[in-house]
Design a protein. Structure first.
Lengths: 427, 522
């Protein structure tokens, strides 16, 4: 019997805040009929604004939703309301009616069917050669563009329009170097950005590393294989997920440090940072969602998952996929380090992959300072970046607390806090 | 620093500025298996390459500076609220039934609990926007709440709110926040009023005006004739609020110089007169409002423009003239004993005396205000029973607060029955604070059932539908917050009978929520 979810878990599935409210309004038992729940599914019929009733069913494993209402949101407010009623215990057990049973059977049949392994896209060697040629040309042109910017002087970038970087990015997209194009596009925000560091420092850093990348690609034949993989991945030669999953997997108790969501070009990216208890390795799990869809909520900050992770190839493996997830283990306290150990770890990682600009940190027994920094017991301090410290301060009460987050060159973005008595807190 | 040289060169451009030399490369040996480094030919390329090395070096070698951590919060003295109730508070802070928040906080305070630390930022942020919540928040956030509030300028309001006495520490009178000092002073007034007076007199001159007002208000506890001298001094204070508080407090000391001055003025205005009307000889009160406003009156707290003198006419009432306003103020500040002395007899008899010259309303309102200020239950009873104060619903509701608890419910029920029609009932109910229990709850329930019946029945004589549904809506809105949750079962029954009335359904649901909420906090 699957245990009942809490209200927070249900509301975590809502794609946006409006669905929150709408679900609350619909979650009144008077509006529903034919409510029932079984081991892995919940169903019911909701009285809509018209005369007809919407039929709604949810399968709890994934979770998967189905509703006959015309809403384009996923899950719709009826599905959320149904889950809210179920979480409050207002849904009795029973057998699914015909329409629900049919849908559930269909889903099961599809799950049982073997997963087709998609054939690798560019099997044809000529396509690959053509791509290499295009990318090579595109990068050469981009390298010239970079050197032009520097020889003319970056002071022009302060008042340059977005199109300066947009056009360069578009040319890279045409040259089939997609990942690099995305990075170039985000440079446009730097001269107008605010923050602790000056825009010129950041811009020169980014240009310098991009130059390094283009040079590395040009000399890729002479690089060791792992570094070559890293360079190619950063340019746009991605490895397919199936290929990664067939590779070796690392099994460990992975502590979920925190979640960070970013939006670019109508796509929401969710970064989940993990750290292994035994291996001490860091991992990053990415998931994506189109607007109106909800993001993956299977990894909860502060919990530990027993899983086998398959890493994408590279000189400093970081991005990973969850290959298999095992039974939920006991919840362990976070495998935290001192600030000094974290800095050494990050420096070592940079030695393998100099383009790393984010690294997960899990720092033990730190205290908050008045000027937006955290101090560890040895007295070393790191700045906090884009973090509201109030909830961390309230829970810690000025005492030591374990803070987990994402380290960037501008500072540490705190994503979770852990306290021995108060538990996990999200700032 | 080499980096800043590179920045300058990059800003100006390598055409105008030479690339700075960097000897780093010469000293670093080529690592195993790596490509021998060959410098780029053109200056821009060389600048970028050197900048790349510097960037990675800077990122890897970020120095961890020294910093001073914030001092720890004091330990808590009060237990945490039960986990279920904390979950419900989290729901309310997210917006679910947020109107019940003051009630939740008051119930938590009564049960002696405090709010969990993780919810403090949201609660304090709510208090920033909603002033009515602030006293409740101050009493349930414990010591950590105050500590946290002092770290954030947006939440500094908490320092001025009264906190429970248990959260004080030693030496609080010297170094505490305003709220803590007021609590200390109030507690001291309860045990040793003279010592409290001396403590305040010692620091009086140096306190800011807002603090002086708050401290003087604490003198309400343990008020006695020995305070007269200090209060007379405060009557001459620079700040208007301090003078107003001092005048209010002095009005409660009948034997004081203030009381005597006021009684004199009152006697000049109201006089007994024997008149014969229709063959009956009876004592009448003849009224003559004060002719002018002198500095003595101003000093004693009678404003030149009395409250409401130029207020626009409300339903059924006329704007108050200036002299009538002064009359009201004088009567409001005179001790109620003066009237029984002047006219003889009990309060009830005095209230029923007829008044000449059209000033009846002013005199009665003045008496009502005096009864409220001086906490005189006898006069309150007399005024309520005498039925002389009509149309001023707010004054009547205030009189109810003065009555002792045992009588209050019955008196409220009587008053509501007398209020009769819908608008009067609503205005009165707005002034009666929650919780509405016992007889009051019954009256409200019957009002709800008749309203919903009329709202749903187009054929009912004399009532139009829109007005009724508006009345129902407004009554439900008030009842949402104040009606006793124990009335939930009866209301659920009523809601079931009238299923298409959505205000009633919402009210029923809200009451069920509040009922569960209060159960969790027991």
């Amino acid at each position: 019997m699957s245990e009942r979810w809490s209200r927070e878990q249900v509301l975590g599935l809502a794609p946006d805040a409006a669905s929150h409210k709408a679900a609350g309004a619909v979650a009144k038992p008077a509006k529903w009929s034919g409510l029932g729940a079984s081991d892995g599914a919940v169903w019911g019929e909701c009285q809509g604004s018209g005369s007809s009733a919407y039929r709604c069913a949810v399968e709890l494993a994934e979770p998967a939703f189905r509703c006959t209402c015309p809403s384009r949101k996923f899950p719709c407010k009826h599905a959320l309301a149904l889950l809210l009623l179920w979480s409050e215990g207002l849904v009795a057990d029973g057998d699914p009616p015909a329409w629900a049973a049919e849908w559930l059977a269909q889903r099961e049949a599809r799950a049982q069917a073997p997963r087709p392994v998609s054939a690798p896209k560019s099997a044809d060697p000529r396509t690959r050669e053509r791509r290499e040629q295009r990318v090579g040309d595109g990068l050469e042109e981009f390298g010239r563009w970079l050197r032009d910017q520097v020889s003319q002087g970056l002071v022009q970038a302060e008042s340059a329009p977005y199109s300066l970087w947009d056009d360069a990015a578009r040319r890279l997209v045409d040259a089939q170097a997609g990942t690099l194009a995305g990075q170039v596009k985000s440079l446009a925000a730097i001269p107008r950005g605010t923050g602790s560091s000056r825009w010129i420092d950041r811009l020169l850093e980014e240009y310098a590393l991009l130059h390094l990348l283009t040079q590395a690609y040009a000399k890729q034949a002479a690089l060791p294989p792992a570094l070559r993989e890293t360079v190619r991945a950063r340019i746009g030669f991605s490895t397919s997920q199936d290929e990664v999953l067939t590779g070796p997997a690392v099994r460990d108790q992975w502590y979920v440090i925190g979640i960070r969501d970013t939006e670019q070009d109508m796509l929401t990216t969710r970064r989940v940072w993990l750290r292994g208890h035994t291996t001490g390795r860091s991992a990053l799990v990415l998931s994506f969602a189109a607007p109106g869809r909800s993001l993956d909520t299977t990894l909860v900050p502060g919990t530990t998952v027993d899983a086998s992770l398959a890493f994408f190839p590279g000189a400093q493996p970081l991005r990973a996929l969850i290959a298999t997830r095992h039974e939920a283990p006991a919840q362990l306290p976070p495998p935290s380090t001192t600030i000094g150990a974290f800095q050494a770890e990050y420096a070592a990682a940079l030695g393998h992959d100099p383009w790393l600009d984010r690294w997960p940190a899990l720092l033990a027994d730190v205290r908050l300072s008045r000027d937006g920094r955290i101090v560890d017991p040895s007295g070393a301090a790191l700045p906090l970046h884009a973090t509201e410290p109030w909830r961390l301060l309230a829970v810690s009460g000025g005492g030591p607390i374990t803070i987990g987050g994402e380290w960037t060159p501008q500072g540490l973005r705190a994503l979770s806090g852990w306290h021995p008595t108060e538990g996990v807190v999200i700032p | 620093m080499s980096w800043s040289e590179h920045i300058t060169a990059a800003l100006l451009g390598t055409r105008r500025r030479a690339v700075p030399a960097m000897s780093l490369f010469d000293s670093v040996p080529a690592a195993e298996g790596f490509v021998e480094w060959q410098g780029a030919a053109d200056p821009a390329g060389r600048l970028l390459e050197q900048a790349a090395v510097l960037t990675v070096a800077r990122r890897a070698g970020w120095p961890a500076a020294e910093a001073e951590p914030i001092a720890a919060a004091p330990p808590e003295t009060v237990p945490l609220v039960p986990a279920v109730a904390a979950g419900r508070l989290a729901r309310m802070l997210r917006g679910d039934h947020a109107k019940a928040l003051p009630e939740w906080l008051a119930a938590a305070e009564r049960a002696g609990y405090r709010v969990p630390a993780r919810l403090l930022p949201e609660l304090l942020e709510r208090g920033r926007g909603d002033r009515a919540l602030r006293p409740f928040i101050a009493r349930t956030t414990g010591r950590r709440g105050l500590w946290l509030a002092l770290q954030n300028p947006d939440w500094a309001y908490l320092a001025t709110e009264d906190v429970p006495a248990s959260s004080e520490t030693d030496g609080v009178w010297e170094v505490g926040t305003r709220g803590q000092r007021v609590a200390y002073l109030t507690r001291l007034r309860g045990t040793d009023p003279a010592a409290a007076r001396e403590a305040l007199a010692a620091t009086w001159a140096g306190e800011p005006a807002a603090d002086r007002t708050a401290f003087l208000s604490a003198f309400e506890t343990g008020l006695g004739p020995e305070d007269e001298e200090f209060l007379e001094q405060a009557l001459d204070d620079r700040a208007k609020d301090v003078r107003a508080v001092a005048a209010d407090l002095l009005a409660r000391l009948p034997g004081s110089g203030y009381g005597r001055r006021m009684a004199e003025r009152a006697r000049a205005c109201l006089r007994p007169e024997r008149r014969t009307v229709r063959g009956r000889t009876q004592v009448w009160i003849s009224v003559e409002p004060p002719a002018g406003h002198d500095t003595g009156m101003a000093r004693d707290g009678i404003p030149f423009h009395a409250a409401g003198s130029f207020a626009p006419a409300q339903l059924g009432s006329n704007p108050v003239g200036t002299r009538a306003g002064w009359l009201r103020e004088i009567i409001a500040r005179t001790s109620t004993g003066t009237w029984t002395d002047l006219f003889g007899g009990t309060a009830m008899e005095v209230v029923c005396l007829p008044i000449a010259d059209d000033y009846a309303k002013d005199v009665h309102l003045g008496w009502a205000r005096a009864a409220v200020r001086q906490h005189d239950a006898t006069w309150a009873r007399a005024l309520l029973k005498g039925g002389v104060v009509v149309d001023e619903v707010e004054a009547l509701a205030d009189l109810l607060t003065v009555l002792p608890d045992t009588e209050r419910d019955a008196a409220t029920a009587d008053l509501l029955r007398w209020a009769g029609d819908q608008t009067g009932l609503l205005r009165m109910l707005e002034r009666i604070p929650g919780p509405w229990i016992g007889g009051l709850a019954d009256i409200v329930l019957s009002a709800l059932s008749s309203a919903v019946r009329h709202a749903g029945d187009p054929g009912a004589p004399g009532h139009t539908r829109p007005a009724d549904s508006r009345f129902l809506g407004q009554l439900c809105r008030l009842a949402d917050e104040r009606l006793d949750p124990a009335a939930a079962p009866k209301l659920a029954e009523l809601a079931d009978r009238h299923q298409d009335s959505w205000p009633l359904a919402e009210l029923s649901e809200t009451l069920r929520f509040r009922h569960e909420m209060l159960n969790e906090l027991r």
